[in-house]
Write a protein that binds this ligand. Structure first.
Ligand code: FAD
Ligand code: NAI
Length: 509
């Protein structure tokens, strides 16, 4: 009985402790302390972008060592792994956004943020040109920002491979606005399909949801869309049930090429059970407003071009280099052979430069363009810059000490300063000892619909390839723990509960 009593007390105490901890966390978040003003004599560090790479750097950077300036057209961080869930309203987009102002305001020394796009980086002049792209513009909408050190973390844009009609008729899935457009278009297609006197062929076309690209973006979106149909749409709009259909088109022989063979087969089997059609070895060549033209091998093995009608077209064929990055590459001779982005060395320094670093999807460092890589690169740069900042301070101290040593009146005083110099030199050597960037792969995860996920996870003992409902709970808890803040975590959980209790919202905004 006394054991039971004690365990009750312990549970009670830990609950109170947990609540107090969360409460303090919320209080601290809502009440940022006073910040120090940046020291004008320090170097100016300009960081481009507020995505995975740049934000991971900012999170861990000791801002007192630099004058930090952040430039990005987006004044928030976006947790992209849960973006496919926003296309169907399983998660509301604001739940996976974190305003940069919130976390910048918590840095010890103030950081300047300019909501603007960097239109050009002038390597020789050490200047970035920025442009306010928002709706409201002041008298000054374009200006320049000089830098001593620059971090390029602008990510990548959507690849279209120059295929005609993609930009005009297809929808991408990279930003919040994209997810909102897709959500709106799904509902528009459903409502238009039920319009009075609509022809059966037109109904079929409008309810044909085509996803091009069988990478993780395309697969996760197709899974989410089929869930939306099965759990909500067919219930509230039963007249679309016979015609609503999702097709995933992929040029290669299989989807999810980065996963193991076993998980690829599991995904393809699950999709077939979910009634999602996968068209592999099918390359889209042209897009018009109502159909795509795709090339595939016919039954006789000969290539044929086929017209596939669609109502919604989501284009998810990977990344392309942004113009601002291409332009910078053109200014640096050492970048002339690089095609996929800024070639960097093992310290993430842009090859051919001394004061420019690159992180994430815009950097080419022989890793896949993922959030996992970008955030580890950002954290590495933070450690590097913190050490550089500390060594600058130690070097200044050393300079002061050597001046003192010269002026010291007695041998004892000179010896005392000499001892301090030795200590500082030791500290400096320690601080300067930092190895190159090493990526540690934690594994790959993807949601494939009907509450199933696939995971290729790296364990101590090797790799584990797993798929199914348990993996889905692992997927959820892993992404929840990776969310930017406690606020995001709580909002995402609330969205999941809301979607489970009331279903997803089928109104068209
Ligand atoms: P981004 O996160 O794209 O950030 C780029 C930043 O630069 C943005 O703030 C942008 O506004 C800003 N910017 C753009 N142009 C300019 C400019 N000219 N000047 C200044 N700023 C600029 N990876 C995973 O590891 N796991 C996942 O589950 C996963 N899921 C994903 C789901 C989706 C739908 C998508 C699209 C991607 C997913 N990824 C995932 C990939 C991951 O999101 C990217 O690899 C990651 O975002 C790259 O980080 P980044 O910092 O390089 O770029
Ligand atoms: P991707 O590059 O991984 O896949 C694009 C696919 O489109 C390729 O398989 C390609 O063969 C296909 N394709 C290209 N052109 C085509 C055409 N004309 N017709 C038909 N198919 C065509 O792109 P994705 O999925 O956007 O991912 C980008 C990056 O983000 C990747 O590095 C990926 O790993 C990462 N990511 C990771 C996720 C996860 O871990 N869960 C989720 C989403 C993205």
């Amino acid at each position: 009985r006394s054991l039971l009593k004690w365990s009750w007390r312990l549970t009670y105490l830990s609950a109170v402790g947990g609540l107090a901890y969360v409460g303090y966390g919320v209080y601290e978040m809502r009440n940022p302390p006073e910040q120090m003003e940046p020291d004008a004599s320090k170097k100016t560090l300009v960081i481009l972008g507020t995505g995975w790479g740049s934000v991971s750097l900012l999170k861990k950077l000791d801002t007192e060592h630099y004058n930090v300036i952040v430039v990005s057209p987006r004044n928030y961080f976006l947790f992209t792994p849960l973006l496919p869930s926003c296309t169907t309203g399983t998660i509301e987009h604001r739940s996976i956004m974190e305003p940069v102002r919130n976390f910048l305001r918590h840095k010890k020394t103030a950081v300047k943020f300019y909501e603007a796009e960097c239109t050009k980086i002038d390597y020789e002049k050490k200047v970035v040109y920025i442009h306010d792209d928002s709706e409201i513009k002041g008298d000054v909408a374009a200006t320049e920002v000089p830098f001593d050190m620059l971090v390029v973390g602008v990510g990548a844009e959507n690849a279209t491979f120059g295929i005609p009609g993609v930009r005009e008729h297809g929808l991408f899935l990279k930003e919040v606005g994209d997810a909102q457009n897709i959500r709106r278009r799904i509902m528009d297609c459903c409502e238009t399909a039920t319009f009075k006197d609509q022809h059966p062929d037109e109904i079929k076309r409008l309810l044909h949801m085509v996803v091009v690209g069988g990478g993780p973006t395309g697969v996760e979106f197709a899974g989410e869309l089929q869930d939306f149909f099965e759990n909500d749409l067919r219930k509230w709009i039963p007249e679309i049930a016979d015609n609503f259909h999702v097709t995933l088109v992929e040029a290669l022989p299989n989807v999810l090429p980065m996963f193991s063979k076993q998980l690829i087969e599991y995904t393809e089997k699950t999709f077939s059970e979910e009634k999602i059609t996968i068209r592999t070895k099918t390359m889209v060549k042209n897009v018009s407003d109502k159909y795509i033209e795709a090339e595939s091998a016919g039954p006789d093995g000969k290539k044929r071009l086929e017209q596939i009608p669609y109502g919604l077209l989501v284009w998810a064929t990977g990344n392309a280099v942004r113009p601002v990055v291409k332009d910078l590459m053109g200014q640096i001779p050492a970048q002339k052979d690089s095609r996929r982005g800024l070639a960097v060395n093992e310290f993430l320094v842009v090859k051919g430069t001394e004061n420019i670093w690159a992180v994430g999807d815009c950097a080419v460092a022989n890793y896949a363009p993922t959030a996992q890589v970008a955030s580890q690169e950002g954290a590495f740069l933070a450690r590097l810059f913190n050490q550089m900042g500390k060594s600058d301070v130690i070097e200044q101290e050393l300079q002061k000490l050597s001046d003192e040593q010269e002026k010291a009146p007695t041998k004892e005083a000179r010896d005392a300063v000499f001892h301090q110099i030795k200590e500082n030199q030791k500290r400096l050597r320690r601080v300067k000892q930092m190895g190159p960037f090493e990526y540690s792969h934690q594994g790959s995860l993807a949601y494939i619909g009907s509450e199933k996920a696939v995971a290729d996870i790296s364990w101590l003992t090797g790799n584990l390839a797993t798929g199914g409902t348990l993996t889905y709970f692992f997927w959820r808890s892993a992404y929840l723990s990776m969310c930017f803040s406690t606020r995001n975590r709580i909002l995402v959980i609330m969205d999941w509960v809301k979607a489970k209790m009331f279903g997803r919202d089928v109104s068209r905004e």
